[in-house]
Design a protein around this ligand. Structure first.
Ligand code: SF4
Length: 155
């Protein structure tokens, strides 16, 4: 964001010092605190882009890290409900406290949502993605298989 873009180099240095991976989060609302120096942010972001629109144009994939969590780090609610991503507040895929995580990951609706994200199934009104604002990008461009490293064998 415009008010803290100058802190990118410092944040990178601190993450390196702490042995942490450095991943930036691009501004979700570009009109709020817009980027002041696009070239600087493109360089310092480490991914060559300054905005989410640029990300989509250059990488030809949606800027939707949350969706990938269905494969990489599925979100589990405090009460054990498997939600898949951090945006899903509409549907769960079973409860890992009542069954097993493996059973929840094999829930037919969980598999269906992954297929929706890849464009293999149509999205239905009952699906969480149908009501999620992030899904508008996915209607244009689907997730890329190459970014899905875990659990993909299930599809
Ligand atoms: S589009 Fe679907 S998977 Fe992606 S963040 Fe929204 S609810 Fe989650």
């Amino acid at each position: 964001m415009g008010h803290n873009e100058d802190e990118l180099p410092k944040a990178r240095r601190i993450s390196q010092k702490l042995g942490m991976e450095f991943i930036i989060k691009l501004n979700r609302k570009p009109l709020f605190s817009p980027i002041k120096d696009n070239e600087f942010v493109r360089r310092e972001s480490g991914i060559g882009v300054a905005t989410r629109d640029e990300f989509i144009d250059i990488y030809r994939e949606p800027y939707s890290p949350s969706c990938y969590k269905f494969w990489t780090t599925p979100q589990i609610n405090w009460d054990g409900k498997l939600l898949g991503c951090g945006c899903n507040i509409w549907q769960d895929y079973g409860n890992v406290f009542k069954t097993t995580l493996k059973q929840c990951l094999n829930h037919k609706n969980f598999i269906h949502t992954k297929r929706v994200l890849l464009g293999k199934d149509s999205v239905g009104k009952e699906d969480p993605c149908y009501r999620c604002p992030k899904y508008k990008d996915l209607r244009r461009i689907k997730l890329k298989r190459r970014n899905i490293v875990i659990n993909f064998a299930g599809l």
